[in-house]
Design a binder for this molecule. Sequence first.
Ligand SMILES: [Zn+2]
Length: 78
Amino acid sequence: MRPPFCRICDKKLVDMENGGLIYFKKRSSDKKWDKKMKKKRMNGHPPYADWFCNNHYQKANELKHLTIDKVMEALKGI
Ligand SMILES: [Zn+2]
């Protein structure tokens, strides 16, 4: 897992109450990633998940039914 820095503003999440990890809808490439990691028995930061600080968590969480690239597109302006 990647160190907890907000994907949007790079703020470090010192306390998980101030944000957290969100898993978004998987793209076909994300499903392939899952399979590959499982086969190799490896752990890594999933490409469809990221950290969000307290300022951005709620907004990102509302969009988690979308794939991460769509979410980033939607959150770019905030
Ligand atoms: Zn943030």
